[in-house]
Ligand binder design. Structure first.
Ligand SMILES: [Zn+2]
Length: 137
């Protein structure tokens, strides 16, 4: 489903728009946008080795997301969290604000257990894609 999303002209994530599947674009020197569709934007922080997941809708805060958008966002976030076997589950998630994109509160998903070794970037991307493109029905 392709739905135009509200956008804020000064916002760097809104300016990006939807990305074709498989395309990656830099957000800043250490952060890569690896997916952007009508529901969700996923970014890989190469320096920290984690994933940031933000709603595509530009809203003042997460709780301002419309119900259906919130449901789709949380379902996809949960699939990503499971695919990345992130830490202790939801307890390890936290929010992050990106400079230049104030309308997209990001949820940080660690890509390795607290006590384990970090996943290789290619494995992170494969697991992320399997979660993003899994059927949500
Ligand atoms: Zn925005």
């Amino acid at each position: 489903m392709t739905v135009p999303r509200p956008s804020e002209p000064t916002c760097r994530l809104c300016a990006l728009g939807p990305l074709p599947e498989g395309n990656h674009v830099p957000f800043d020197a250490s952060t890569l946008v690896v997916s952007s569709d009508c529901d969700l934007i996923a970014l890989l922080r190469r320096d920290l080795g984690d994933i940031l997941v933000a709603p595509s809708l530009h809203v003042s805060r997460l709780s301002a997301l419309p119900g259906t958008a919130m449901a789709r966002f949380l379902a996809t976030l949960r699939r990503i969290e499971l695919a990345l076997q992130a830490g202790d589950g939801s307890a390890s998630l936290r929010t992050v604000e990106l400079l230049g994109a104030p309308g997209h509160t990001c949820i940080r998903v660690p890509t390795h257990p607290e006590s384990g070794l970090p996943l290789e970037k290619s494995h992170v991307l494969l697991r992320l894609k399997s979660a993003l493109y899994a059927s949500s029905d």
